[in-house]
Design a protein around this ligand. Structure first.
Ligand SMILES: [Zn+2]
Ligand SMILES: [Zn+2]
Length: 360
């Protein structure tokens, strides 16, 4: 498709400009998508403030950020057109991590650790633009009843879904979730939908904890605010008191290492812990090994979202996961930079922000 489009072009930390550029030209294995919504991820905030480098060759811009997007197909390359997989007008979401499919990891379906992945909005132009081109293998149709602004959050939900899958919840098992951010609040719902008994949600502020209650958390614990009615000084004791025992499962959805360390304190023998955060390069977990071996502990990490996209769409389409309480703010494409700053600097209560781009 020929023409111009508006984009937010990220040049270097704190420099992002609203510009007009050519609509990207697709090749035979790509699909052109009119972006309807693109949510702001913590990593977009981190790129904008220069806390982490981009995935480009030199780690720098210019690049259109945004990797959590939904939209409408407007043009289909020769290969997906011939197979009938996509047509103009299809409502879709994008898996931004476009693995190579050729390396030893991809051969085993371990796409999340493919070293050759091209990541939309991180290493190639993303969704803070009116149009984006995507390999057809990474475009999926969304359920009819899912709104674009919720479908934009498919990627983080898929990541949460992979983490909960790795938690391996047996029917009725109690689960502790650390970190009531957007991902943690998705995990509360996914844990319940996966058969968890009671879910204990642990955080540092009452506002997101109480959203957690709305989406299914049974017990709230605030570890930091002395004035909170959920405050508990000793997290291990608080979990034991609430559940009657230590938890068999804990999942950590925060970069805060204290939370991961805390997961060791709230879990009992034969327990499983899953870590889904972004630690600093020097962060380390201290594990008392004698206790760990005698308790036969399992500690896993979860990274990205391999092989969980179908169940993620099903979770949204069937209402097993409700994203409305998590989506608290929307911005326009013109306001994208303001939105990123808002997510970092504002003291207002907030969880997830979506940039609404195309009009329906
Ligand atoms: Zn993200
Ligand atoms: Zn690969």
């Amino acid at each position: 498709m020929k023409g111009k489009m508006k984009v937010q072009n990220f040049y270097e930390p704190l420099v992002m400009k609203l510009e007009e550029h050519d609509i990207p030209q697709i090749s035979s294995n790509e699909v052109l998508i009119k972006v309807m919504a693109c949510s702001i991820c913590g990593s977009d905030v981190s790129y904008y403030y220069g806390h982490s480098p981009l995935g480009t060759a030199d780690g720098k811009g210019p690049l259109y950020l945004g990797h959590e997007m939904s939209g409408v197909v407007v043009e289909v390359g020769g290969i997906p057109a011939a197979s009938g997989l996509f047509k103009a007008g299809d409502r879709v979401a994008v898996n931004p991590v476009q693995q190579c499919n050729a390396c030893e990891y991809c051969m085993r379906g371990e796409f999340n650790v493919c070293p050759n992945s091209e990541v939309i909005g991180v290493s190639v132009n993303g969704g803070f633009a009116e149009y984006v081109k995507v390999k057809y293998t990474h475009v999926y149709k969304i359920p009819d009843n899912v709104k674009f602004e919720h479908a934009a959050m498919t990627e983080p939900l898929a990541c949460a879904s992979n983490a909960v899958k790795r938690l391996d919840i047996h029917l009725g098992q109690d689960v502790v979730v650390f970190g009531p951010g957007p991902i943690g609040l998705m995990m509360v719902q996914l844990a319940k939908a996966s058969g968890a008994g009671r879910v204990v949600l642990i955080g540092r502020r009452d506002y997101p904890l109480e959203v957690g209650k709305k989406v299914g958390a049974d017990v709230l614990i605030n570890t930091s605010d002395l004035k909170s009615r959920y405050f508990a000084e000793d997290v291990s004791e608080a979990v034991r008191k609430a559940l009657g025992h230590l938890a068999p499962r804990a999942i950590v959805a925060t970069s805060n290492m204290e939370a991961l360390q805390g997961a060791l304190l709230v879990t009992g023998p034969a327990s499983t812990i899953v870590y889904f955060g972004l630690p600093g390069p020097e962060d380390k977990l201290q594990v008392p090994m004698l206790e760990a071996i005698q308790a036969e502990r399992t500690i896993k990490c979860a990274w990205l979202a391999p092989l969980v996209w179908d169940s993620t769409f099903a979770a949204m389409g069937t209402g097993k996961v409700d994203l409305s309480p998590i989506l608290t703010h929307t911005f326009s494409l013109e306001e994208a930079e303001e939105g990123i700053k808002f997510m970092k600097e504002s003291k207002e209560n907030k969880l997830k922000a979506v940039i609404k781009i195309g009009q329906e």
